[in-house]
Design a protein around this ligand. Structure first.
Ligand SMILES: Nc1ncnc2c1ncn2[C@@H]1O[C@H](COP(=O)(O)OP(=O)(O)OP(=O)(O)O)[C@@H](O)[C@H]1O
Length: 253
């Protein structure tokens, strides 16, 4: 079943070349769709547009067949719960003045009236925070610490815990491991794969790193200058039919 469907999406910034150019894509329920392309090709702009963080210039965005590109903020609320994002830089995503437990509880407090949790359960704030930390394999004691007391990898696990806390259906992962060292990168990617399976999530995994995209995704799209120039299932990555630009990315793999 189609979870997200984007048709002819365009985004231009004033006085600049088109950042996302008439782009269409479909993301199926349960899959990890990889989006790879070099810096500046429009990946993050696409992510922000999909989640309605940024106004679009044209095109349509459907979440399970419901067009969301024109919904007002009130009508968007249920979709905001279903579509979460994890950014590249966890330090910027976490409020430095809040203890981890308070950052973790924040999305729940925002959405709890409409939530019907299936994987987590809320009996008390402490118990809920404990489940979230366990889900991302962090020690319970971190609940009482501040973001600056954690490593980069631990901070990114906290932002992942926040994203999964309200049980979304789709998570856009925008270069989630780009700020981490190689060992933490591998561990976070493995955790994300495990969470996708146990929590029945779908991902749009965005990265400039084809190796990371290939590790995570069942299907891959290649973006260049705001457009999708190639798309294929993982087992066709090394096929002769690949676009020249994909072959270039493979050569530096
Ligand atoms: N807020 C903005 N205002 C003006 N131009 C922008 C804005 N955000 C992005 N752009 C431009 O849009 C284009 C695409 O940028 P974007 O950040 O989406 O690319 P990217 O592929 O995510 O790159 P990176 O991997 O470096 O983040 C670039 O030319 C960028 O300068």
């Amino acid at each position: 079943m189609k979870l997200l469907s984007v048709k002819h999406l365009t985004k231009s910034y004033k006085g600049q070349k088109t950042a996302v150019d008439n782009l269409s894509l479909e993301l199926n329920q349960g899959e990890c769709l990889g989006l790879v392309g070099e810096s500046g090709c429009g990946k993050s702009t696409l992510a922000r547009c999909l989640l309605r963080i940024e106004p679009i210039s044209g095109g349509s965005i459907y979440f399970k067949d419901q067009a969301i590109e024109n919904l007002n903020e009130r009508k968007l609320q249920p979709f905001r719960q279903k579509m979460q994002i994890v950014f590249q830089n966890p330090s910027a995503a976490l409020n430095p003045k809040l203890k981890i437990k308070d950052s973790l509880i924040d999305p729940y407090e925002q959405y709890h009236k409409k939530l019907q949790l299936q994987h987590f359960s809320y009996t008390s704030k402490e118990a809920y925070v404990k489940q979230l930390l366990e889900a991302v394999e962090l020690p319970e004691k971190l609940a009482h610490q501040y973001p600056h007391e954690l490593s980069g990898g631990q901070r990114q696990r906290v932002t992942i815990a926040r994203a999964i806390s309200i049980e979304p259906e789709l998570i856009v992962l925008d270069e989630p491991t780009a700020s981490l060292d190689v060992i933490s990168q591998g561990a976070v990617l493995s955790l994300l794969t495990e969470l996708r399976q146990t929590l029945n999530l779908s991902y749009l995994f965005i990265s400039h790193d084809l190796a990371a995209v290939a590790q995570m995704s069942q299907r891959i799209m290649v973006m260049k200058d705001g457009k999708i120039v190639d798309q294929f299932s993982l087992d066709h990555l090394f096929s002769d039919e690949r676009h020249d630009y994909t072959k270039e990315l493979i050569s530096i793999f």
